[in-house]
Design a binder for this molecule. Structure first.
Ligand code: NBP
Length: 485
């Protein structure tokens, strides 16, 4: 019987919870998993009493679906997605829809959209954010791919997505090809930056003013009532409050300070470098994880390499805590400014027409970077979708103006005390660079012309005219056009 509204392949943590979310909205789902015992476990467990049918082969799955058929993959990103698609192709008819909801690389999504379009199949590559809980209760969903498929999945996606206070779903069509997965990648990159900045605030409070976890938990709870209101600040307060059941010690003090990094932060950094975009908040966050991973080396080095001699902090403690809050907010603004600038450069490169206000709305609920201040970003881009940089939008201009002295004070204090604050300080360097009419690239261009005859433009001549100087009197007057440094 053709009865199910959608088929879902991959009953791991994300797939299972998405299916339960769909079922709770009255959507009938047929489910399949490669290891079919998972289907039985699911049916006899969490799926009981729900509009969920289990199947044991892909052909059985397809036979259960209404037309045009909608098949969603929640399998491991990479080759598994391609192999499932290959198996599905002969089973599907023209106009049927394949949706990949995993964390796929956007370049794979561009390729899959094109290849399947040639076979008259419609492909959607969608970011799904919010982890296990989001998948169950309402994730942020960022779909892109073949826009002809959107009318057929819109109702399902928007009904299961998180909703903001106005009732708007955190799901809108993002754009062609890999646009949805690109936006999800940037979301994850920004998440890296947010987490690193929160860690730096924690480290400053701990190292410079010797704050205990309990006290810090209160600080983060208070910050969560301010413009910093966000999921990540909220969970940080919870984490700092948590005690180890055995020892009664704060959990945070028992967790080893070494982190790994999976794909998406690194992908974002690589893509920023390839596009010539500045994404230092994200790359500093990736590098910080890499440095943290060198635990044994750091422990050995700590016994040899001395930091500065300084007096213990004896200033205004509450005032300093406020400064840290302002520094965190200003750094966060720079990180989002970079993220959105990267999006606009990728849009130009890939021919996507992105609505940045909608993207801010999609990140407003359900996902890990959900935060009140995304409303401000949405407002800024709704006023001007071509805004060159968030920093020049009036709200953010004023916010940084207000935070600036605190921000500089915190970074100066951290540097004086030898406490590393790579994301805070690179964000400030970005701000100072972006607001500088004059940077030292004139000297850089002279150096490049000196050793490689790369030519330069002149400040007293029109743009686009290139000059070469014979700096030593020995190099000749021929300019280089091929050798790039
Ligand atoms: P995993 O990424 O751990 O993948 C496990 C699923 O993939 C299982 O159902 C497994 O089937 C299936 N699978 C594999 Br592995 N290779 C397969 C193949 N060749 N053919 C068919 N199925 C195959 O699951 P997840 O953590 O639920 O994540 C699903 C996707 O969502 C991933 O792309 C992930 O990056 C993304 N995502 C995850 C989260 C999160 O918080 N976990 C958040 C947002 C997005 P089996 O049971 O037979 O091995």
């Amino acid at each position: 019987m053709n009865q199910a509204d959608i088929g879902l392949i991959g009953l791991a943590v994300m797939g299972e919870n998405l299916v339960l979310n769909m079922a709770s909205h009255g959507i009938h789902v047929a489910v399949y998993n490669r290891t079919t015992s998972r289907v039985d476990e699911f049916l006899s467990g969490r799926a009981q009493g729900q509009p969920i049918s289990g199947v044991y082969s892909l052909s059985e799955l397809i036979s259960k679906l209404k037309k045009p058929r909608r098949v969603m993959l929640m399998v491991q990103a990479g080759s598994a997605v391609d192999s499932v698609i290959e198996e599905l192709i002969p089973l599907l008819d023209n106009g049927d829809i394949i949706i990949d909801g995993g964390n796929s690389n956007y370049r794979d999504t561009i390729r899959r959209t094109t290849d399947l379009n040639k076979k008259n199949l419609l492909f959607i590559g969608t970011g799904v954010s919010g982890g296990e809980e989001g998948a169950l209760k309402g994730p942020s969903i960022m779909p892109g791919g073949n826009s002809k498929a959107w009318p057929f999945v819109r109702d399902i996606f928007q009904s299961i997505a998180a909703k903001v206070e106005t009732g708007d779903p955190c799901c809108e069509w993002v754009g062609d090809g890999g646009a949805g997965h690109y936006v999800k990648m940037i979301h994850n990159g920004i998440e890296y930056g947010d987490m690193q900045m929160i860690c730096e605030a924690y480290h400053i409070l701990r190292q410079i003013i010797s704050m205990e976890p309990d006290e810090m938990a209160n600080v983060f709870s208070n910050w969560n009532k301010s413009e910093l209101d966000s999921y990540l600040i909220e969970i940080t307060a919870d984490i700092l409050n948590k005690k180890d059941e055995e020892s009664g010690k704060p959990m945070i003090d028992l967790i080893l300070d070494t982190a790994g990094q999976k794909g998406t932060g690194k992908w974002t950094g690589i893509d920023a470098l390839q596009l010539g975009a500045v994404a230092t908040a994200i790359t500093e966050a990736v590098y910080s994880r890499s440095l943290s991973a060198l635990k044994e080396e750091r422990v050995a080095a700590s016994k040899i390499l001395n930091g500065p001699q300084y007096q213990p902090f004896n200033g205004d403690r509450d005032g300093f805590v406020d400064d840290v809050k302002n520094a965190l907010f200003a750094s966060k603004i720079c990180s989002y400014a970079q993220g959105f600038q990267l999006l606009s450069m990728a849009a130009a490169e890939n021919g996507w027409s992105l609505n940045y206000g909608n993207i801010a709305l999609m990140w407003r609920g359900g996902c890990i970077i959900r935060a009140q201040f995304l409303d401000r970003i949405k407002d800024a881009f709704e006023k001007d979708n071509q805004l060159p940089n968030l920093l020049v939008a009036p709200y953010f201009q004023q916010a940084i103006e207000n935070a600036q002295n605190s921000w500089r004070n915190v970074i100066t204090t951290a540097v004086t005390h030898g406490v590393p604050v790579p994301a805070f300080s690179s964000a400030l360097a970005y701000f100072d660079g972006y607001r500088s009419a004059q940077l030292p690239a004139n000297l850089l261009q002279a150096q490049r012309d000196y050793f490689g005859a790369h030519t330069y433009e002149r400040s007293d001549k029109e743009r686009g005219k290139f000059f070469h100087t014979n700096w030593t009197g020995q190099g000749g007057d021929t300019a280089s056009s091929a050798y790039n440094v």
